[in-house]
Design a protein around this ligand. Structure first.
Ligand code: GLN
Length: 534
């Protein structure tokens, strides 16, 4: 068996270049050639994980099957490759330091001074190699968050430098930069790329492959110039022009031969170019979709990345229904009894979004009330499901003071309650109910018809739950509890059968929708929204 090859993806010039998409595309292309791959993300911040971060900081928090709260790029990795990630695929500076400090306290380094080099860099290297060694991947792709030159990414760069030196041909660096177009000069500028590569070289890393992000097509001369100034082979300089959809990036990269260049660099035979059949069929289908369905996202984070996986899941579902999904963010803080009809006007379906804390919840409850009483397809996710439950208690069961204990600790009608095992937890980090849990569906329910099976596994991220004391009362009044955890009996899904689509899930189905395996709940929800439009 050949040794594991390591690909390090770094970025320069500016942030938000889409390193995650390029990493996912490389993974996808190598996977299509039959290689066993995995993609890992290093984030240079000190938080142990992004679980305690506000979505305004780095966007949505993604959750792996084994319950790690991670950067949203892991969502791209899974959506592109269909391969599940785990704890080992997501590391932060905080986790690296914690591991080193824990070892120091245990006495593992007795007698030694603990330093960034070699102890922190060794720990980084250990975590990179661990994936290759333990799981025998052909390729481990490691994306380094941040931009070259950042103080905080320095230890990661040093670790890459050492690994490249030790591993020789088995390791390579793909560096992403930006080539701006200056309107006034009418020119594309390569200087920032030259500077970025110089910065990388100054820490001892020679990039093997350059991917130039650009809004305009780069002709051969621009790429030749970059190759010459940066000591990179001309056939290893690629352009990544803005495309209508992120899902076109792998095809664009394959057309230019990015995967072939990687194989050549690591000494693998290039072989035949994979057809990417199903992937291209997905893109074609997407392009053909002419009609639009409007989905309103009722949430409180007015930021694209905050509900990334939900947006992508809806978009996959649109394609599989041959529709374009127009996603309209509706800030729940602005929704009142008086304006709810206007606020939701024109939406063919509504998603009541997940979240934490008091802000914006009354608007979510008002929206859930409006869509229930006007039979507008509604999908409540996690906090969204909890708001559907509270709305039903207030307006159907007659408990005007019903609430979640999260919002009102003393509520007499705690239809959403803190989970038993959560009661004594005082640490906030990584202590929620996290990761995949089994759920058993009731046979004669809508969700059973959608999933076509009784046993499902979905990922969770919450502390509060439906209060089982009220289950009978809900069911008597028309809101059915149709999915339960087989061990704890926790209610994971509610639905109102008489309505077009009114389903709430305590779990997050959006973490499992991929390009080639769209999530059945999203597909069915969008299908119903389309029918509702007609
Ligand atoms: N805040 C709610 C809870 O902790 C819902 C969490 C979520 O929407 N992810 O139960």
């Amino acid at each position: 068996m050949a040794e594991t090859k390591y690909i390090f993806v770094t970025g320069g010039v500016v942030s938000s270049l889409g390193k995650g998409i390029i990493s996912a595309s490389i993974g996808k292309l190598l996977q299509a050639r039959g290689y066993n791959i995995t993609i890992q993300k290093f984030d240079p911040y000190i938080n142990i994980d992004p679980g305690t971060l506000n979505p305004y900081e780095h966007g949505e928090c993604y959750v792996t099957v084994d319950g790690m709260e991670t950067d949203l790029d892991l969502g791209h990795y899974e959506r592109f490759t269909g391969i599940q990630t785990t704890k080992a695929n997501s590391l932060t500076t905080g986790r690296i330091y914690k591991a080193v400090i824990d070892k120091e306290r245990r006495g593992d380094y007795l007698g030694k001074t603990i330093q960034v080099v070699p102890h922190i860099t060794d720990e980084i290297k250990r975590n990179v190699k661990l994936l290759g060694k333990k799981f025998h991947y052909d390729f481990v792709i490691t994306e380094i968050g941040g931009t070259i030159g950042d103080i905080e990414s320095a230890p990661f760069m040093e670790a890459i430098r050492q690994l490249k030196w030790e591993l020789g041909r088995d390791a390579l660096n793909v560096h992403l930069t930006y080539v701006p177009y200056l309107k006034a000069a009418g020119e594309l500028k390569t200087k920032p790329t030259q500077h970025s590569v110089k910065e990388l070289q100054s820490v001892g890393i020679q990039p093997d492959i350059l991917v130039l992000r650009t809004e305009m097509h780069l002709d051969e001369n621009v790429r030749k110039k970059v190759a010459a100034f940066c000591n990179v082979d001309f056939d290893c300089v690629f352009e990544s022009e803005d495309l209508p959809s992120i899902y076109e990036v792998p095809v664009n990269m394959q057309n230019q031969g990015l995967d072939a260049a990687i194989l050549k660099k690591v000494g693998f035979e290039i072989g035949e170019k994979p057809t990417l059949g199903p992937w291209k069929a997905f893109i074609e289908r997407r392009k053909k979709a002419q009609n639009t369905v409007n989905i309103g996202l009722v949430g409180k984070y007015d930021l694209q990345d905050a509900y990334k996986s939900i947006r992508e899941s809806l978009s996959h579902a649109g394609t599989y229904n041959d529709y374009k999904v127009e996603i309209n963010f509706i800030n729940s803080e602005n929704i009142t009894e008086q304006n709810v009809a206007d606020q939701l006007a024109g939406q063919d379906g509504i998603v009541v979004c997940p979240g934490f804390g008091q802000r914006g919840i009354e608007g979510k409850i008002i929206a859930a009330h409006y869509t229930r009483t006007h039979d507008i397809p509604t999908f409540g996710i996690c906090l969204g499901m909890q708001m559907m439950v509270i709305e039903f208690a207030r307006n159907v069961l007659g408990y005007q003071d019903a609430n979640s204990r999260e919002m009102d600790e003393k509520t007499p009608h705690n239809v959403i309650d803190i989970m038993e095992e959560q009661k004594n937890i005082s640490n906030m980090g990584g202590t929620m109910r996290l990761g995949a849990y089994e759920c058993v569906l009731k046979q004669n329910s809508r969700v059973f018809d959608i999933y076509h099976k009784e046993h499902i596994q979905e990922r969770h991220r919450h502390r509060y739950e439906f209060n089982n004391d009220y289950q009978k009362e809900y069911e008597k009044n028309g809101m059915m509890c149709v999915g339960h955890n087989p061990e704890s009996d926790l209610v994971e899904i509610v639905e109102i059968p008489g309505l077009k689509w009114y389903i709430g899930t305590q779990y997050h189905p959006e973490y499992q929708s991929t390009v080639l395996r769209p999530h059945p709940l999203f597909v069915d929800f969008v299908k119903t929204a389309i029918a509702n439009k007609k």
